[in-house]
Design a protein around this ligand. Structure first.
Ligand SMILES: *[C@@H]1O[C@H](CO)[C@@H](O)[C@H](O)[C@H]1NC(C)=O
Ligand SMILES: *[C@@H]1O[C@H](CO)[C@@H](O)[C@H](O)[C@H]1NC(C)=O
Length: 779
């Protein structure tokens, strides 16, 4: 099909386009740092055009092929090139790398249409206010004066979460703009959303003009994702948030409710695909967005975007943009990705980024199904429900129309149920093929009054739940068997589905989301990633009114707030927390904020046991990094593992490919760059421990002037970890002390199976507990 299409296009277009642009593709030509500080912007564009001109026939050609000149902090351009022209450019002296523009980036919300929702009840939504405890938030003046840039699918500016009521005027130093476009004029910006821009040239080079029924050619969000992440990071406190059907009322708030937002829309609806299948973000567009965000003067950039698979540094638009951000001391916070539970799936692995995994919060939504024999079974539900009495109960497999394939019986696929046998009944369906929401819709179509979705054997008790179109609840596989046994044990099986309830203080919490992407970090296995975990399961935040809660084509509901899941939702929690830290410690470096967040995490759940995965097994640092973020502690961490932009360049000398080793002319790599393990990082990983490994770390005292820290370690089985010295005595604030960490395999412990083992080391002075995780592979 695809081939036929492109043949058709070639036939009809080959004549007018002829030689010039037939195999033109968009490439990013990357120069690294700007040389000699700041050139005037038009000179940089001239410089870029001169390179382009050198491979193009005319200046006109060069100009018309240029999409973006990245000129503020990122030095490079995006242009339409033939593969010949691209390879010519890549051989030029000052060019560090040339890589294709592509839309392999997408927002980090997996199964988006399956995680759908309504508003929450009072109480648990307001607990999002307490991201760092009320005290921290008020000490940080709720993030006032901090500017968070959000690169995503845009924003729904009318959401009450973005009200600027009572906020101070926009800071004088702000250099951003409010870019107008479809359904978005400059009045849409205010003292809350102080900037908004969009980047579409990379997208349009691939897909053509944005389809006006699918997306807005402006910063306006047609999807919901960007509105959700922006309001999670810095939404106002909004009380009386009403839900679909008046289901619940409560208060919603972002982490730093008085921080400013600047919106950088770089993700667009994929043409002719349901919104539920997500959107796409081109690296050429994202680099332009990051370049502008840095120049506009943001303090933090929140990026809930990544590739499906890890990409090396030289092709990693987010990583390269974030590196330049770190030079200006702008922190970039990214989602880890939603490709778990497989190992090595983690994206956004650069050490100057905070990479965030996703975990649960201590609330759950439940509805029970009561059987006439007195038995009551319950499972997760976020579906509104006003069923008052018992109805006849049937198993879907017994009420199908003829011709449904045997292996699909019971699955409630579209058109499979017989209305004469379903009308007025509650139907039990089984998970498997087809959308979960679609199964409910089929029951509704056939005249059912309610629906119970039981897991298949392979889904077991790992239940995912949705906002259905009729009263519903879910059941585990075992409970599904119980309900079927009941149906076949009695002549007139009857059941009632009770209204859903929200359980607070749900235990255990947090647990790791099954989908959260895992280490090891395949781009650089010596840097332990992710760095941290934060709430990313069923998070309530603002939504685009141009979208629907499920984003499914048949869902025409519109909501102001929506429950959504993904590492995308975890990332802005950390961005909001970082804004609070930044407000209190405006001079902390990017590495200091990271270190503070990482060394103060929580690694136990609310039962006092180790944090588990979604199956109840102990989780490990390849899932949660240093642990669950704990902003209240992070504001006063005692010691800091600091690092500078130059340290990151030195790191790249060892980690990057040849092209990245000489980043501009101001920095020269040593002939033998040190191992990437030596970067002053608050955690470490060793992918192959065959002999003793020693490396140095340096901590800066920002706790108490006179303090004595003692070292302790809980290494993985078969590994010895020592520090020299193992006592650090500080005499003043700001003092830096170094220590060597020695990691050795223990030959007295027989290695059972080669695998990663996990452990911790920490520095304690009796008041501060500065903890770092480790991952060590014993061959
Ligand atoms: C625009 O999108 C709508 C909805 O997906 C589709 O029906 C229509 O054909 C699209 N228009 C073009 C020009 O592709
Ligand atoms: C760490 O080890 C290096 C190399 O062995 C040594 O030169 C340095 O003095 C040690 N540093 C400390 C703090 O012990």
């Amino acid at each position: 099909m695809k081939n036929t299409l492109s043949c058709f296009f070639l036939l009809s277009l080959v004549v007018p386009l002829l030689a010039s642009s037939v195999d033109n593709k968009v490439y990013i030509v990357y120069f690294g740092q700007h040389v000699n500080g700041e050139k005037a912007l038009h000179e940089i564009e001239k410089f870029h055009l001169s390179y382009l001109h050198s491979v193009k026939e005319s200046e006109e050609d060069a100009k018309s092929s240029l999409l973006y000149s990245y000129k503020h902090s990122i030095n490079g351009f995006a242009a339409k090139l033939t593969s010949d022209e691209a390879s010519k450019l890549s051989e030029m002296k000052e060019v560090l790398s040339v890589f294709p523009s592509h839309g392999k980036y997408s927002v980090h919300t997996t199964r988006s249409w399956e995680f759908v929702g309504l508003d929450e009840e009072d109480g648990h939504s307001s607990r999002k206010l307490k991201i760092g405890g009320e005290k921290l938030a008020s000490r940080a003046k709720y993030g006032k004066d901090v500017i968070i840039g959000v690169m995503d699918s845009g924003v729904w500016p009318e959401s009450p979460s973005f009200s600027d009521q009572g906020m101070d005027p926009v800071p004088k130093s702000w250099r951003g703009i409010c870019q107008e476009g479809v359904a978005f004029n400059s009045f849409k910006c205010n003292r809350k959303i102080i900037g908004a821009r969009y980047y579409v040239k990379g997208f349009e080079a691939e897909y053509g003009t944005v389809n006006a029924t699918e997306d807005f050619l402006s910063p306006r969000d047609a999807d919901g994702h960007g509105t959700h992440t922006a309001s999670t990071a810095a939404g106002r406190q909004v009380s009386d948030v009403a839900a679909l059907g008046g289901f619940a009322k409560g208060t919603a708030s972002g982490g730093a409710p008085l921080a400013r937002l600047s919106i950088y829309k770089a993700c667009w609806a994929i043409p002719n695909q349901p919104k539920a299948d997500g959107n796409t973000c081109f690296n050429s567009d994202m680099l332009a967005a990051l370049d502008d965000a840095i120049a506009d003067g943001v303090d933090i950039i929140s990026v809930s975007i990544g590739t499906d698979e890890p990409v090396p540094f030289e092709n990693d638009a987010i990583g390269l943009g974030a590196l330049e951000a770190s030079k200006r001391n702008i922190l970039v916070v990214c989602s880890a990705g939603n490709n778990g539970p497989d190992p090595g799936t983690l994206t956004n692995p650069a050490p100057w980024i905070i990479t965030v995994g996703a975990s649960s919060v201590d609330r759950a939504f439940y509805a029970s199904v009561k059987l006439r024999n007195g038995l009551s079974l319950q499972g997760p539900s976020i579906t509104p429900n006003k069923l008052k009495k018992m109805y006849p109960l049937v198993y879907a497999g017994d009420v199908v129309v003829p011709g449904v394939a045997r292996n699909l019986i019971g699955q409630c696929l579209p058109g499979s149920l017989d209305p004469t046998k379903v009308k007025g009944k509650i139907v039990v369906c089984i998970t498997g093929a087809g959308l979960r929401v679609g199964k409910g819709l089929e029951v509704k179509r056939a005249g059912g009054v309610g629906f119970v979705l039981a897991n298949s054997e392979s889904d077991g008790d790992d239940i995912e739940y949705d906002a259905h179109f009729l009263p519903a609840t879910t059941l585990s596989y075992d409970d599904g068997i119980t309900i079927l046994e009941y149906i076949y044990s009695t002549k007139n099986p009857m059941a009632k589905i009770s209204p859903g309830k929200t359980k607070l203080n749900y235990k255990p919490a947090p647990f790791m989301a099954e989908f959260t992407s895992r280490g090891p970090n395949v781009v650089d296995p010596y840097i332990l990633k992710p760095d941290i975990t934060a709430p990313g399961l069923y998070i309530l935040a603002a939504w685009s009114e141009a979208s629907s809660p499920t984003k499914l084509p048949f869902d025409h509901r519109s909501v102001k707030y929506n429950l959504y899941s993904g590492t995308s939702m975890a990332c802005p929690h950390v961005s909001g927390a970082a804004a609070l830290l930044k407000a209190i410690h405006p001079r902390w470096s990017v590495a200091a904020i990271k270190s503070a967040l990482m060394t103060t995490t929580v690694i136990t759940n609310n039962l006092g046991n180790p944090i588990t995965d979604s199956y109840g097994n102990d989780a490990n640092p390849f899932q949660y990094g240093s642990g669950h973020f704990n902003p209240t502690k992070a504001v006063d961490p005692g010691l800091i593992y600091d690092a500078t932009y130059n340290d990151y360049l030195l790191y790249l000398c060892a980690a990057g490919p040849d092209a990245l080793i000489e980043l501009g002319s101001t920095f020269k790599c040593p002939v033998n760059p040190p191992s990437t393990l030596t970067l002053n990082y608050p955690s470490f990983a060793i992918p192959n421990l065959v002999t003793t490994v020693t490396f140095t770390r340096t901590v800066t005292n920002i706790g108490r002037p006179k303090s004595t820290y003692l070292f302790s370690a809980e290494p993985p089985l078969g590994v010895d970890v020592k520090a020299t010295p193992n006592i650090l005595q500080f005499k003043r604030i700001g003092e830096k002390l170094s220590f060597n960490i020695t990691v050795s395999p223990r030959y007295d412990v027989a290695g059972e199976n080669s695998d990663y083992g996990f452990g911790w080391y920490s520095w304690d002075d009796g008041f501060y507990h500065v903890r770092s995780p480790m991952a060590v592979y014993l061959p």
